[in-house]
Design a protein around this ligand. Structure first.
Ligand SMILES: Nc1ncnc2c1ncn2[C@@H]1O[C@H](COP(=O)(O)OP(=O)(O)OP(=O)(O)O)[C@@H](O)[C@H]1O
Length: 389
């Protein structure tokens, strides 16, 4: 049974996962004032999911199980049941509710509403037919979706537009903090929708950065955020850069089964860039049928997004322009991207760090690539000692 190590005013508490009585920590008063979110009864969601039957389970994240269900009006919904044991999850439940009920964009998931009844905390979203990028594009051979170049372009631009909206149009600006393939869902037309706002942070006006506990997924974490707990919109941009490279190359950011030199995608792309061999990394599943100029441009944009110095990463609205060809990537200087091997060292040494940090392993079935033959690129969500949030 895994243990979670938490910090509270310097004292270390170790608790056994699932060994405590439910404590959801969310009151009905906290959600009843939220506009744009319907309150569902537990009974209604029980009926919608056939009593939360395993046959209707579509996924599981770090904070609960997601079921497919049919609501009273016949609408299909994704019904995310927060684990009753997750105190961390209670905070994320409220953040998700508050953030997502306030934003609206074609490339962000919508929220139908929630249920807060007794110990039950449940979020209800539109059901998205084509699952997540992690389970389809990066999930091995299980998916029947053909990710041709046009589809990949549309997904990259859509995610970039969704993030540009969060970063630059919404007031206060929103940092998502967990941009990764399993949080990009695809609807029936393969339009991407950014999901999972449980870690999102609102940026106070004039703030240069927010100091906070680090949470996110190793492999997508910007160096300055992972190592110093300083989060800005540039941390999302780093995560987006990694995602962009994953989409073009059709592989996840970490693959421990490959020879050492190829295990970390960002490092591999940088080496290929330096030796003028970027195109060799484009996903072979497209059979060579892709736009050569665009694929190489998208990888350069991925490198720009992951630059070591946050200020040298372009803003999301500029990234949209670079992706659509409205701005020229060749005008921009690309340097070595940020702290690849060192960041991965955190992952390698996570046991050594357990006195200093809280780690939560993602559930295996949702981990990027775990559903495929490539179990080595499991993602890990963690929070470290920068707990000033
Ligand atoms: N609206 C939705 N429509 C269809 N499937 C969904 C929807 N929302 C989530 N899912 C499925 O449920 C899975 C779990 O989602 P969830 O947001 O709980 O966790 P995650 O983002 O995959 O992992 P983690 O919590 O570790 O970040 C997703 O990967 C996806 O397969």
């Amino acid at each position: 049974m895994p243990f979670i190590v938490t910090y509270n005013l310097g004292a270390v508490y170790i608790r056994k996962k699932h060994s405590q009585p439910p404590k959801s920590g969310v009151d009905i008063e906290e959600v009843s004032g939220i506009q744009n979110a319907k309150l569902y009864s537990y009974r209604e969601l029980q009926v919608a999911t056939e009593n939360f039957s395993l046959a209707n389970k579509v996924g599981e994240g770090g904070f609960g199980i997601v079921y497919k269900g049919k609501l009273k009006d016949d609408t299909l919904a994704a019904i995310k049941v927060l684990s009753a044991y997750s105190r961390q999850g209670a905070k994320q439940f409220l953040t998700e509710l508050n953030v997502i009920s306030e934003v609206e964009h074609e490339n962000l998931v919508k929220l139908y509403g929630c249920c807060v009844e007794g110990d039950h905390r449940i979020l209800v979203y539109p059901y998205l037919e084509n699952n997540s990028l992690a389970q389809t594009l990066l999930g091995g051979s299980h998916s029947s979706i053909q990710f041709d170049w046009g589809t990949r372009r549309k997904i990259c631009i859509g995610v970039a537009r969704g993030l540009a909206y969060l970063h630059e149009e919404v007031r206060p600006h929103i940092i998502h903090r967990d941009i990764k393939a399993s949080n990009i869902l695809l609807d029936e037309d393969l339009t991407p929708k950014i999901a999972d706002f449980g870690l999102a942070k609102l940026v106070p006006p004039n703030a240069t950065h927010i100091s906070t506990r680090v949470a996110g997924t190793v492999g997508y974490l910007a160096p300055e955020y992972a190592l110093q707990g300083r989060v800005t919109r540039k941390a999302d941009i780093y995560g987006f850069g990694i995602l962009l490279l994953e989409i073009v190359c059709g592989r996840c950011n970490t693959n421990k089964k490959l020879p050492l030199a190829d295990q970390y995608l960002l490092e591999t792309v940088w080496n290929a860039y330096e030796s003028g061999k970027l195109l060799e990394l484009v996903d072979v599943s497209m059979g060579g049928d892709f736009d050569v100029e665009e694929a190489s441009r998208y990888m350069k944009i991925g490198l720009l997004c992951t630059q070591d110095l946050p200020n040298t990463r372009p803003s999301m609205s500029n990234i949209v322009k670079l992706l659509t060809g409205e701005a020229d990537v060749d005008d921009m200087k690309v340097s070595r991207p940020g702290l690849i091997a060192e960041l991965m060292g955190i992952r390698e040494n996570r046991k050594d760090m357990s006195n200093d940090a809280l780690f939560t392993e993602s559930s295996p079935e949702n981990d990027t690539c775990l559903s495929s033959q490539d179990a080595s690129c499991a993602t890990m969500t963690f929070a470290s000692i920068y707990d000033r949030s």
